[in-house]
Write a protein that binds this ligand. Structure first.
Ligand code: BG6
Ligand code: MG
Length: 218
């Protein structure tokens, strides 16, 4: 560990608007199983692994399924999700993200990805963002879903940066909690009513000036 700094980014809803596609895919499954699933209910799924998300969706519909059925529906949800993602291009990177990352790198700040998604590399490749990360920690590497801090602690370890030197960018309440439990600074991307536990909440990267971050720099 050293005294350097790292920025750790969540993927879905932070780098690219795939959080919307996750919602559409879960809603489609719920409708297929005969119940509604609202955007408000979907908030609890953000940052949560695929199988844990399925459990929450099934609970909302008061359904009990066998392990085999669960695997089948999770796989169907994922196939539809990937279909929605398949038309993504580098133009889909959210406004200001790339510029923000490039400026940070020029200042010597390490850049990592900390995502629960098992599709993270596929998504990053499709928007040509893989090369901008010094490390990628995704759902294939972690055992515990956010709000467990594992995903961010692994990222910090890969980069050789102490947790206190890391700032995490997250759109999910579970992700903010994970970062705080890891002993990191947090920036929420989205609604302050949902991300109020973060050190700073911003609507997106487009208007983010480096001065805004001074308050939370480790
Ligand atoms: C997170 C999303 O990034 O990844 C969750 O916020 C999603 O909504 C999770 O369930 C797992 O994603 P995937 O792509 O492995 O199904
Ligand atoms: Mg997210």
């Amino acid at each position: 560990m050293n005294n350097g700094q790292a920025y750790l980014f969540d993927l879905d809803g932070v780098i690219v608007d795939t959080a919307r596609f996750h919602y559409l895919a879960w809603k489609r499954l719920a409708n297929q199983l005969g119940f509604e699933f609202t955007e408000k209910q979907n908030e609890a799924l953000k940052g949560i692994s695929r199988m844990d998300s399925l459990e929450i969706v099934l609970k909302a519909g008061q359904l009990t399924l066998s392990p085999e059925e669960k695997l089948k529906y999770a796989s169907e949800k994922n196939a539809y999700y990937l279909e929605l993602c398949s038309r993504m291009t580098p133009d889909d990177v959210l406004p200001g993200v790339l510029d923000f990352i490039n400026k940070a790198r020029n200042k010597g700040i390490k850049i990592g990805l900390g995502s629960a998604s098992k599709n993270a590399r596929t998504i990053l490749d499709s928007i040509d963002m893989t090369r901008h990360f010094d490390t990628i920690v995704d759902g294939n590497r972690v055992k515990n879903s956010k709000p467990d801090p594992e995903v961010f602690l692994l990222g910090a370890q890969d980069l050789g940066i102490a947790p206190a030197g890391c700032v995490v960018f997250e759109d999910a309440a579970a992700g903010i909690e994970a970062a705080k439990r890891a002993g990191m600074k947090t920036v929420g991307i989205g609604d302050p009513a949902i991300l109020g536990a973060a050190d700073l909440v911003i609507p997106g990267f487009a208007g983010l000036k480096s001065v805004d971050l001074i308050k939370i720099q480790p």
